[in-house]
Design a protein around this ligand. Sequence first.
Ligand SMILES: Nc1ncnc2c1ncn2[C@@H]1O[C@H](COP(=O)(O)OP(=O)(O)OP(=O)(O)O)[C@@H](O)[C@H]1O
Ligand SMILES: [Mg+2]
Length: 292
Amino acid sequence: MPTRTTPPSDAPVPAKSPGKPPAKRSAKAGVKAKAKPPAKPPAKPPAKAKKSPASKAASKAAGTPATRAAAKPAAPGRFITLEGGEGAGKSTQLRRLLARLQAAGIDAVGTREPGGSTGAEIMRHLILSGAAKPLGPLAEATLFAAARADHLDATIRPALARGAWVVCDRFADSTRVYQGALGNVDPRLIAALEEVTVGETRPDLTLILDLPAEEGLARAAARSGRDADRFESEGLSFHRALREAFRALATSEPERCLLIDASGTADTVEEAIWQAVSTRLKLPAPRRRRRT
Ligand SMILES: Nc1ncnc2c1ncn2[C@@H]1O[C@H](COP(=O)(O)OP(=O)(O)OP(=O)(O)O)[C@@H](O)[C@H]1O
Ligand SMILES: [Mg+2]
C-alpha cells in the first residue's frame, strides 16, 4: 500500500471575512483595578449554560474570565468542515457557502487544510513536496497534527472566539480517512492525535461531498491551471476505497456529519448545502434596518 497523505485543498488561505476585525483589547480590558470587591460573595455561582463544542473552544481561546467577559461575542461562532474525495467540489462549494453566509450578514471565514495559517502553510509545503512520504503514514499523520494545531491556534479558534463562522476545506476527517482508514495507521493513535490537537474544537457540522470516484477524477482532470497531484494519480481502487471510507464516516457520526450528493450541478449542490446549514445550524436573524 503506498503512503497516503491528506491531499491538498485549494481554498483561500484563509479567506478574508468582511466582518469587523476583532476589537483590540486594551491591557486593562475587562480588568477594573480600582473596583471594590463585592461585600459578600454571591451565594451560588450562576448555572452554566450548555455550550456547543465550538463555542466551548471559542470561550477557551478567549482567555481569562475577566477578558472573556469583555470579548464575549453577540452569538457563538460555528465551525463547518467540507470533506470528500478528489474533485468532489469542496473548494467550489466552500466559496459559494462563504458568499451565502456573508450575504446573510454573517462574519464568515474560509480556510483550508493542510495549511490555513503561516506555520501550517510551511508544513503544507514540507508534506506535499513528498519529503515526508518515505517516513510512512504514521509520521505523516503526526505532521498533519502539528500543522492542524497551529491552524487551530492561529486561525480557527480566534475566529470562533470573536463569533465568526469558520468554513474549512478538509479537516481532521481527512486524516482519519487518508492516514487512518487507507493508510492503516492505528485508529487509537489517530484518535489520540485528534484529542490533543483538536480537543473541544470539533466541527459543529461536517458536509461530506459524495461522488463516484470516476466522476471526481474526471472533474479534477478537467480542472484547468493545475497539474494532477500525487493523490489524483492514485489508482481507481484507492479512490473508490476513499469514497467508501467517507461514507462510513457519515454513517458513524450522523449528528455531526451529513452526506451531500455532489453529482448534480454546482448550483444544485450549493442549494443542498445551504438547506443543510440552515436546518442544522441556527442562522442569526437578519438585521433589521433602522428607520431614519
Ligand atoms: N457540481 C459540479 N459539477 C461539475 N463540475 C464541478 C462541480 N463542482 C465543481 N466542479 C468542477 O470540478 C472541478 C473540481 O472541483 P473542486 O476543485 O471544487 O473540487 P475539490 O473537491 O476541491 O477537489 P480537490 O480534492 O482536488 O481539492 C473544478 O474544475 C470545478 O469547477
Ligand atoms: Mg479543493
